[in-house]
Design a protein around this ligand. Structure first.
Ligand SMILES: [Zn+2]
Length: 79
């Protein structure tokens, strides 16, 4: 009996947490880099990524324009 109550309360709490986490994730994705390892430095050449590029891609890129196009070419060629 009390176990059922506990389970229901935990479920409510879990659902609420999930809803909150989803909302927070949506806001975070819209406002800030998704990947916290992205600090505006290109992971390939260690040069600062162009601020305009970072802003346009909402900080979701970890490569500068040059390295990104090279990377995309590698991906397109199937590595
Ligand atoms: Zn680069």
């Amino acid at each position: 009996m009390t176990d059922d109550m506990d389970r229901a309360q935990k479920l409510d709490g879990f659902d609420r947490d999930v809803a909150l986490a989803n909302a927070r994730a949506r806001i975070a994705a819209a406002q800030s880099p998704r990947d916290t390892s992205i600090d505006g430095i290109c992971i390939d050449c260690a040069q600062p990524i162009e601020p305009a590029r970072l802003a346009a891609l909402r900080g979701t890129t970890s490569r500068c324009a040059d390295c990104a196009s090279q990377f995309e070419q590698r991906v397109r060629m199937g590595r």
